[in-house]
Write a protein that binds this ligand. Structure first.
Ligand code: F6R
Length: 260
């Protein structure tokens, strides 16, 4: 795992978007794992800007981490709606190549099985983008999610409901269950980038990156991944112990030179 500290949310987000853009240029048919949430909105703004300047997304394939159970794609609170609005409708991706579990699927188990099969048949995820929730979740892998878990439906914790329900009107209408890729599914991605910004994430980030691996904080499982970069701003880095070393890496490793 590498931790890269950038001075501001803006620079952390820009670095994340730059790394994704580089990957798309290197492999136009990139299979991209995507996240939703407030943190990602800024990344998608930047990717949309890069598309305006010529970045071609026509061949990419995407798989999102999660979707609320019970919400149709047309529901403004569904993650399908979010993705169309914040990214897909702003770039030249072929919508047929974008995938999220269907929130209104009748057979939940079958939906999860088909999602896993689809990821596998696509050749697997090349680059998975992640945020972290206040409960330490990645995707909606709430505390005690097995580190080997696969796509399934999961009950959301009160912490996650408190984090996301203000986006619903009324807040009580937020679904209490969601489909999520499993921790095991996420760990199979070839490369992972987790973007974490803001002081309210400082405590959980330090536990996720520097604490012991535990299913109580599913993001700690990323310590098992051999190609995982965690990009943070100064505010989110506030509780980290190893910041001198992380800063040294960014300033001295040749691979980071183009981004300094
Ligand atoms: C959503 C997802 C979640 C979010 C996390 C942070 O698809 O994967 O794990 O990344 O809840 O959300 P924000 O960025 O809103 O704080």
């Amino acid at each position: 795992m590498e931790v890269i500290i950038r001075p501001t949310t803006e620079t952390a987000t820009e670095l994340t978007a730059q790394l994704i853009a580089e990957k798309v240029k290197q492999k136009p048919s990139l299979c991209l794992g995507l996240a939703t949430g407030c943190t990602m909105e800024k990344v998608y703004d930047k990717l949309a800007n890069k598309h305006q300047k010529g970045l071609d997304f026509s061949l990419i394939r995407t798989y999102n981490l999660d979707e609320y159970i019970g919400l149709s794609p047309e529901n403004p609170n569904s993650y399908r709606y979010y993705m169309n609005k914040h990214l897909f409708n702003r770039i030249n991706v072929n919508l047929c190549n974008t995938h999220l579990p269907l929130g209104t699927a009748e057979d939940l188990e079958l939906e999860c099985k088909l999602y896993e099969e689809s990821i596998k048949n696509s050749g697997g995820i090349d680059l998975q983008l992640l945020g972290i929730g206040r409960s330490g979740h990645i995707g909606f892998n709430e505390p005690l999610s097995a580190l080997s878990s696969r796509t399934r439906d999961k009950a959301l914790t009160p912490v996650t409901v408190a984090q996301n329900s203000p986006l619903f009107d009324p807040p009580e209408s937020m679904p209490k269950r969601a489909f999520t890729m499993g921790v095991g599914t996420i760990l199979e991605a070839e490369q992972v980038i987790m973007l974490v910004t803001g002081k309210e994430k400082a405590e959980i980030l330090a536990k996720a990156v520097e604490g012991p691996i535990t299913s109580m904080i599913s993001a700690t499982a990323l310590q098992l991944h051999s190609n995982c970069t965690v990009i943070v701003d100064e505010a989110a880095a506030a509780n980290l112990q190893g910041t001198d070393y992380y800063r040294w890496i960014f300033e001295n490793e040749p691979k980071w030179e183009p981004y300094r």
